[in-house]
Design a protein around this ligand. Sequence first.
Ligand SMILES: NC(=O)c1ccc[n+]([C@@H]2O[C@H](COP(=O)([O-])OP(=O)(O)OC[C@H]3O[C@@H](n4cnc5c(N)ncnc54)[C@H](OP(=O)(O)O)[C@@H]3O)[C@@H](O)[C@H]2O)c1
Length: 243
Amino acid sequence: MIVLVVGANGATGSKLVEQLLIQKHKVKVIVRSPKKLPELWRDNDSIQIISASVLELSDIEMIEIVKDCHAVASCLGHNLTWKGVYGQPRRLVTDATQRLCSAIKSNNPRKPIKYVLMNTTGNRNRDLNEPISFAQKCVIGLLRLLLPPHVDNEKAADYLRAQIGQNNDFIEWVAVRPDSLINEKDVTSYEIHTSPTRSAIFNAGKVSRINVGHFMASLINDNNLWAKWKGQMPVIYSKSKKD
Ligand SMILES: NC(=O)c1ccc[n+]([C@@H]2O[C@H](COP(=O)([O-])OP(=O)(O)OC[C@H]3O[C@@H](n4cnc5c(N)ncnc54)[C@H](OP(=O)(O)O)[C@@H]3O)[C@@H](O)[C@H]2O)c1
């Protein structure tokens, strides 16, 4: 398969690319600074590096890039600097999702293209009844006011859920919701749930970025796993060593 990854040089995106390469896929990456990429990627025939800022691509360029892709994955996230959090583009993840989906639709693919969005347990799947405590509602309300990236993550998933929906001829999607991200060297056991099993604010679990990358790559690679989760917002936690 040919897979486009945006946010590919990020801490999670790079793990996703590695997992896709292990699974023998061809990967296209759109990155702002190719110089920062691992040396091994630059000499790898299975990776096509597109040097651009994703939202600065024209519609025609985007349509051309996604034309031969069977799947698109986004690990985009706002850089944790003042400019990254409060500057433009405030709707980085949402706008990239909408524009990439429009580009996919413009190509009228014969089979639906898989779109995998890295999202967050701080976001609820409004297709389901996911109750949260009053205290958590208050904190999430504050995050919406104070942290534009949180709203961006919510809107990106809402776009897939409400606009692309469950019966789109051209796009099928999964929004993966990791809890608190940590770094680990190797893939370990992890668990996937339909909805959070703990509070993302007051009792967050942990998940390694490499496990998130592994799950996202597995969704793309494994049609049975895809059929199980498509149109949903699975939550991922790493299993603790004692489980
Ligand atoms: N931290 C957590 O515990 C947690 C938990 C759940 C979900 N999440 C979500 O997961 C996301 C990814 O996490 P991560 O740690 O892998 O993030 P990361 O390492 O900061 O990666 C972010 C990626 O987005 C790209 N990016 C940022 N601003 C951009 C812009 N204006 N235009 C184009 N590309 C841009 C970065 O590229 P450049 O290198 O070019 O900037 C990078 O590739 C987070 O941002 C968050 O929304 C986080």
